[in-house]
Design a protein around this ligand. Sequence first.
Ligand SMILES: Nc1ncnc2c1ncn2[C@@H]1O[C@H](COP(=O)(O)OP(=O)(O)O)[C@@H](O)[C@H]1O
Ligand SMILES: [Mg+2]
Length: 372
Amino acid sequence: MIMEDQEKSKAQLLHELQTSRRQLVELESRVGRHQESMKRLSMLATFPEQNPNMVIEINQNGMVSYLNPVAQHRFPELWVRGFQHPLLTSVPSIITTLKQDGQDYIGREVDLGDAVYEQKICYLREEGLIRIFSHDITALRRAEEAVQQMAEQLRGLARRVVMAQEEERQRVSRELHDEAGQALTALKISLELILESLPPDAAEPGQNLAEAIALTHTTRQRIRLLAQGLHPPVLTTLGINLALEDLCRDFSKRTQIMIDYQGLEIPPQTDAIHLCLYRFLQEALTNVAEHAGAAQVWVNLDVRDAHVCLSVQDNGRGIDGGNAMFLAKNSGGIGLLGMRERLQLLDGRLEIDSKKGMGTRVTAHLPMGKTL
Ligand SMILES: Nc1ncnc2c1ncn2[C@@H]1O[C@H](COP(=O)(O)OP(=O)(O)O)[C@@H](O)[C@H]1O
Ligand SMILES: [Mg+2]
């Protein structure tokens, strides 16, 4: 029995030994491969012939003394033009700096118009040679430029969308105010005239008419508020503080949610900033009414680090997962995304703080004095 156990553990040990040996062989071959590739890399550095980038050497007399095959193929005229060649612009003064400052190399970028190169200009002190490595980064630069151009186009487009939206709101607001508003006023006057001309014994029609007059009046009020929300004239007549406070008061009256407004008297800003702050508050309050289930809201306008900051904090249910932008993208709503877009157009940003069950705070930060 004991013999049997010993045999078993011997076999197991043998098996483990074989596995370890196999692992060792595998490791050795990996180390070998790694050393091989390191050797190849250092060969590339010391043997410019193999270098896939351009290598140019300048001797002590300031003459081009060597071009590797890539450089020879791309710019054979370097032999003749030397420092006059655009690829070697300012190289003499760089050589002077290298020699004076004791640096080993200086890196720079050279833009030839049709191609861009990243250059490393090295001083080989012992040989007294200058070796210049030039790496073609044209594709990278062109791609970066294309991305930047695209971002600018998008910004331009967003700006136009915002402006078109504001113009449309202004138009609808004017039409509501002038057309619908005035028609309702005229209707109210007509109804009042009919009411006056009714015989004194027509109690029931009189009652109905009075109700119609009251309804006309409240509809007229609602249209006035709607027109004002679409295009806030209060912004120019009252100033930003009173306009924002007015908006809070209307919201509170409409929704029965309490609002505490604290507004610092900020220096007058551009129309674009005033309108952006107003739209931000409208959107944030709409979100509170639609999603938060809050009983109280705190709105705060102040200035921090040359930025106008407007924050809207509620005590509602908070945003699930705290990731409001993710929700905004997936809710199909354009509220928060639109807000962020508008703020970015004025170099501002949107900040959202929220935890489930702990309320939400959205803040607009706008650098002072910007215009669209
Ligand atoms: N104050 C808030 N309290 C709770 N949830 C909010 C609040 N504001 C925004 N949210 C959440 O963020 C989402 C995105 O808001 P928004 O971009 O304005 O789109 P929408 O209001 O059209 O759904 C909302 O659907 C809601 O889930
Ligand atoms: Mg919304």
